[in-house]
Design a protein around this ligand. Structure first.
Ligand SMILES: Nc1ncnc2c1ncn2[C@@H]1O[C@H](COP(=O)(O)OP(=O)(O)O)[C@@H](O)[C@H]1O
Ligand SMILES: [Mg+2]
Length: 322
C-alpha cells in the first residue's frame, strides 16, 4: 500500500500533544514517538484494530517486541495500560474479580455485634461493589476519563483452554456477569492486545475475533534501527557487528534463538565492557547474554562463534560505506 500525501487534503493535525491514530501514517508516528521501530504492516493492522474496534492478536517468538507494542500504544495514546499476565492455572478470581472474604467476615462480625441490620441487609451489603476486588479484565470494562484503556492479555499461550473460552465470551460483548451484582458492561470497549509466544496454538474461535499480526525477527536494517533507538550509546560500527552476528546466529539450529531483547542487552553489555568492536574472546565471554541454554552456548562457543565473526567482518568490509 502506498500513500499519496496531498497536503491540501490532509486532515487537520490535532493540536500538538493530542495523540491521534486517525491514519496509518499517524500510527507510524505514534510508534516512533514511543521509540518503537515498526513496519508499515504493523502500523496498518494497529490502525485497523483501533478503527474497527477489534482485538489485535500478536504472535511471535519471545523477545520480538509484542508486549512493547501494547505499552507504546497506551503510552502514546495517553491511555491506562491494564495488563493481564497469563500463566498456567490462571483462573477467573485472578483475572476477573473475587470477593474480599476477609473484609466481608469483618463486616458480618460488626453487624452481629451492633445488631443493627437484619440478615438480608447484611447479605446485600457485603455483596456490593465495595467488597469486590476487581482484577484486570473487570478493570478494563470500567469507564475512564481519557478514553478506554489498553487491555494487554499477555502470553495467552500459557493459559488453558477453559480460560480461552471465557475470554472469547468477554471479547465478544465486553461484559461480565457477577451473579450477586449483575452485569458489568464496558460503555466503550477497551483497546485489546493479545500476545502469544506460540508455545501452543490458540483456538481458531478466539483468533477469528481478532485481527492477526505475526511479529517476526527484524531484518538487519530494522534491528540496527532498534539499536540506534534503544541502545544509543553503542558505537555505530559495533552495532553493525552485533546485528550481523545475531542475524547469523538466528540461522543456526539452536533451541532458543536470541530475540531483540537479547540484541539490546548484548549491545548494552559490550558497551559497558568498553568494546568498540567484536572479537572472539569478547563474544565467548558474553554469550550468556544472548543464549540462555547451556547446549546452545556449547554449540556456538569457540570455533563456531569465530567462524560467524569472520563472516560478519568480511561482509561488513565489503559493504559500501555510507
Ligand atoms: N521494533 C522494536 N522497536 C523498539 N524496541 C523493540 C522492538 N522490538 C523489541 N524491542 C525491545 O525488545 C525488548 C523485548 O520486547 P518485548 O515486547 O518484551 O518482547 P515480547 O513481548 O515479544 O517477548 C523490549 O525492551 C522492547 O523495547
Ligand atoms: Mg512479551
Amino acid at each position: 500500500m502506498t500513500s499519496h500525501a496531498d497536503p491540501a487534503q490532509a486532515e487537520p493535525k490535532p493540536a500538538s500533544g493530542t495523540p491521534s491514530a486517525g491514519s496509518v501514517e499517524e500510527v507510524l508516528e505514534l510508534l516512533a514517538a514511543g521509540r518503537y521501530v515498526g513496519e508499515r504492516s504493523l502500523a496498518t493492522v494497529l490502525f485497523l484494530a483501533l478503527k474497527l474496534g477489534r482485538p489485535l492478536f500478536l504472535e511471535g517468538e519471545a523477545g520480538t517486541g509484542k508486549t512493547e507494542i501494547a505499552k507504546v500504544l497506551a503510552d502514546t495514546l495517553g491511555r491506562r495500560l491494564i495488563r493481564l499476565q497469563c500463566y498456567e492455572g490462571l483462573d477467573l478470581s485472578s483475572a476477573v474479580y473475587e470477593w474480599n472474604y476477609p473484609r466481608q467476615m469483618v463486616e458480618i462480625r460488626l453487624a452481629e455485634v451492633t445488631g443493627d441490620r437484619d440478615r438480608e441487609t447484611i447479605a446485600s451489603d457485603i455483596f456490593s461493589r465495595e467488597f469486590l476486588i476487581e482484577r484486570p479484565l473487570l478493570q478494563a470494562l470500567e469507564p475512564a476519563a481519557g478514553g478506554p484503556p489498553v487491555l494487554l492479555i499477555d502470553e495467552l499461550d500459557r493459559t488453558d483452554e477453559p480460560f480461552e473460552a471465557f475470554l472469547l465470551e468477554l471479547l465478544s460483548d465486553f461484559q461480565v456477569t457477577i451473579p450477586e451484582l449483575g452485569t458489568v458492561k464496558a460503555p466503550e470497549p477497551p483497546i485489546v492486545i493479545v500476545t502469544s509466544n506460540r508455545t501452543r496454538e490458540i483456538h481458531d474461535a478466539l483468533k477469528r475475533r481478532c485481527l492477526y499480526h505475526w511479529v517476526g525477527y527484524p531484518s538487519a536494517a530494522r534491528e540496527l534501527e532498534i539499536l540506534k533507538v534503544k541502545a544509543p550509546d553503542t558505537p555505530a560500527a559495533l552495532s553493525r557487528e552485533i546485528v550481523g552476528f545475531i542475524q547469523r546466529l538466528r540461522r543456526l539450529d539452536l533451541y532458543k534463538l536470541p530475540g531483540v531483547a537479547e540484541t539490546i542487552d548484548w549491545a548494552d553489555a559490550l558497551t559497558q565492557l568498553n568494546k568498540v568492536a567484536l572479537d572472539p574472546a569478547a563474544v565467548d565471554d558474553t554469550l550468556g547474554v544472548l543464549l540462555k541454554y547451556q547446549d546452545d552456548i556449547a554449540k556456538v562457543e569457540g570455533s563456531e562463534a569465530a567462524r560467524l565473526l569472520t563472516e560478519v567482518k568480511r561482509d561488513l568490509a565489503a559493504e559500501p560505506k555510507d
